[in-house]
Design a protein around this ligand. Structure first.
Ligand code: ZN
Length: 80
């Protein structure tokens, strides 16, 4: 079940909600009751999926080329 991060643009409250894909998005801030409560795309589930894909892509594109933690080799090795 994915975790979604929500942020309230009215009071700045941020909270993670465990929701099913089929659940309706939460539209009201639990802190202040404002309707300016929106799902963030930087939720933990998306970050995990993103980094995994990135790592795989890096290995494919540069086999045998060091372990750059920056992910693209443009650091010249300084990031390792
Ligand atoms: Zn709020």
């Amino acid at each position: 079940m994915p975790i979604y991060e929500y942020r309230c643009t009215a009071c700045g409250a941020a909270k993670e909600h465990l929701q099913k894909m089929s659940d309706d998005p939460i539209a009201q801030c639990p802190a202040c009751g404002s309707a300016d409560y929106h799902k963030q795309l930087s939720a933990a589930g998306f970050q995990l999926k993103g980094s995994g894909w990135y790592e795989t892509d890096f290995k494919n594109s540069s086999s045998g080329g060091g372990g750059h933690s920056c992910g693209n080799g443009s650091c010249g090795g300084g990031c390792a």
